[in-house]
Design a protein around this ligand. Structure first.
Ligand code: AGP
Length: 595
């Protein structure tokens, strides 16, 4: 959460920072700010809401150096005064921060006793005051930053604009920070995507690296080891000139439709490329698959495929609930981490602990050069391209499809998996026709009147029910719960009233008794007046129990991947009708880098 962007070079920093912040907006969009340095004077602009130009922003003088920030509020409400950057009393430096100072309370109390005056409610201003105190004691700004940073608890990354020396300093811990090296200058950002149009050459910073940027030069010093480091330059595989919506009104719809390609991009891996991981899985005692939110549900899908297709002892675990597994996980177990951003604090934390335990780590991540992939012994990528909408769609199906490929490859059916995945993506166009969209829009016109909805899934579609519910609630703000269908009669049925929408996922490739269970669950809710919606094999559309039916392509055990798409579309069309902010839903951030 929160995005940092910085630039020094021969181009005008103002526009570059503004454009960079627009690309980083997915990380937080409560408020934002820019600081530029012109003739040793810092000029700042802050605002609440989305990153957009106005007259006051245009008033900033053109400069060649500056930093910017998009905020996702932790300490202090969404107010201009809490937006970053936070400038020092003497106006000689200004700071932006990504993370959370966990010992904020005690530090602030100490500083207040020493008569420090705070203008904002943020933890960032505590850092400013700590640094000021060190500077006043005679230390250089650089040394003051190091001393102050070491007092901070939690995952924190900061960038500082120094007016006296015309420099940018930054220190990373936990929250990501990447340097971009271009002919025109140096870029600094929370992700490489935000400066992708300008360079493919990057330096990924490690925890406690302090980077000092002056003109077009950088130097790196690790404040923990007290050693200078030679910057390790990497070249990114992909460069994205434009990250735009194309012909779509929202990134979400663009990304949903893109699944016709991205499922294949994620599963292009050859047997040779997968071999190291396949062998590690075979060698391991047990495979634990970790993820949070949507990635946690993808972990569930991957585990399901590994158990049912390849007979692997695989267990999905919500990364933030890994602690109860610690007593039984040994170095003989393999950990597979699933993440879009590669920066989710909830997932990084167990990986750090399990790595120390001696476990091998594999990861399947969408963003390059991230903390999770850099921690991994086996590094794989979704290759789905930038996913900008906060709600994950194309990355979920990419992750699930990769799990299918992995399981099929372990079962000696790698070629069959590739063939079926191609067949699946070809047949997905039936979900994206104008008539299919019209049907969904009409149905959403009815759904929007309900405050509560339920989704029932079983077997391969259990996690699809949970993911479908998360997708709809994230953007529509409706109360939608996904359940394993078996739960219905054990309690959930008490919630069903006349008109309550209930979705039932019903594929044709399940064993008969599983579909019988879904049919009987739908019959039971129908008998209590529910509005029933079927998603799955067209053969069931004729059953009288469904009020609406959305047929999905049925390709062996891949129909679950197709079944999630109608939920993504319902989420989109419903939220559109409700007038919600589709790509940037309230209270959420794309990359959850704080605990
Ligand atoms: C997805 O729609 C959500 N916004 C969220 O649950 C997300 O999947 C979760 O925060 C994990 O993120 P990651 O994939 O970047 O690790």
């Amino acid at each position: 959460m929160c995005g940092i962007f910085g630039y020094t070079g021969s181009n005008v920093a103002n526009n570059l920072i503004f454009d960079g912040l627009k690309r980083l907006e997915y990380r937080g969009y409560d408020s934002w700010g820019i600081a530029i340095l012109k003739e040793n004077k810092i000029h700042q602009y802050k605002n609440i809401g989305l990153v957009k130009k106005d007259k006051d922003l245009e008033k900033l003088p053109d400069a060649k150096i500056g930093i910017g920030h998009t905020r996702w509020a932790t300490h202090g409400g969404v107010k201009k005064v809490n937006a970053h950057p936070h400038i020092s009393t003497e106006k000689d430096f200004t700071i932006v921060q990504n993370g959370m100072v966990e010992n904020f309370d005690s530090l602030k109390k100490q500083l207040l006793k020493q008569k420090a005056i705070f203008k904002s409610e943020t933890d960032t201003e505590v850092i400013v005051k700590l640094v000021e105190k060190e500077v006043r004691s005679g230390k250089s700004l650089k040394q003051s930053l190091i001393t102050s940073f070491k007092k901070l608890e939690g995952r924190n990354t900061i960038a500082i604009l120094d007016s006296k020396q015309n420099k940018i300093y930054a220190i990373k811990n936990g929250s990501p920070l990447v340097v971009g090296l271009s002919k025109d200058g140096i870029y600094l950002a929370s992700d490489s995507l935000s400066f992708s149009p300008y360079t493919k050459k990057i330096v990924v910073l490690d925890d406690y690296d302090m980077v000092e940027i002056e003109g077009k030069n950088i130097s790196i010093f690790n404040i923990k080891t007290n050693r200078k480091k030679k910057p390790e330059i990497k070249t990114l595989k992909y460069q994205y000139e434009e990250i735009d919506k194309g012909k779509y009104d929202h990134f979400m719809l663009k990304e949903i439709v893109e699944q016709q390609k991205t499922i294949n991009y994620a599963t292009e891996y050859t047997l040779e490329e997968l071999k190291p991981l396949l062998e590690a899985i075979r060698r391991s005692k047990k495979a634990y698959i970790l993820g949070a939110g949507t990635a946690g549900f993808a972990a569930g899908q991957i585990g399901y495929f590994l158990r049912t297709i390849a007979g692997i002892d695989a267990q999905d675990v919500k990364s933030y609930e890994f602690r109860s597994y610690l007593p039984i996980i040994t170095s003989k177990d393999l950990i597979i981490a699933v993440s879009q951003s590669g920066e989710t604090a909830d997932t990084i934390e167990p990986l750090e602990i399990l790595k120390k335990k001696g476990c091998k780590i594999a990861s399947f991540v969408n963003m390059f050069g991230t903390t999770i992939s850099r921690m991994s012994d086996y590094e794989y990528y979704t290759n789905a391209g930038p996913e900008i909408c906060v709600a994950s769609t194309k990355v979920f199906t990419a992750q699930s499809a990769w799990g299918y490929l992995l399981a099929m490859s372990l079962a000696g059916k790698h070629t069959t998996a590739h063939r079926r995945l191609k067949l699946l993506t070809k047949s997905l166009n039936s979900l994206f026709t104008p008539s299919s969209f019209d049907y969904l829009k009409r149905m959403c016109g009815v759904l929007k009147k309900s405050e509560h909805m339920f989704i029932l899934g079983k077997g391969e579609n259990s996690f699809i029910a949970l993911e479908g519910a998360l997708k709809i609630k994230e953007i529509s703000y409706k109360h939608v719960e996904g359940f394993f269908a078996g739960e219905l009669k054990h309690g959930v049925i008490a919630l069903i009233e006349k008109g309550t929408p209930v979705f039932g996922i019903i594929p044709d490739d399940h064993k008969d008794n599983e579909n019988k269970d879904i049919i009987s669950a739908i019959e039971q809710v129908k008998a209590r007046g529910a509005l029933t919606i079927g998603i799955g094999s067209e053969q069931y559309s004729k059953l009288k129990i469904f009020d609406y039916f959305i047929p999905t392509p049925q390709i062996n055990s891949l129909s679950s991947i197709a079944n999630v798409i109608p939920f993504q579309l319902v989420s989109y069309f419903l939220s559109l009708q409700l007038g919600n902010n589709i790509d940037k839903p309230r209270n959420l951030a794309k990359s959850v880098t704080v605990k």
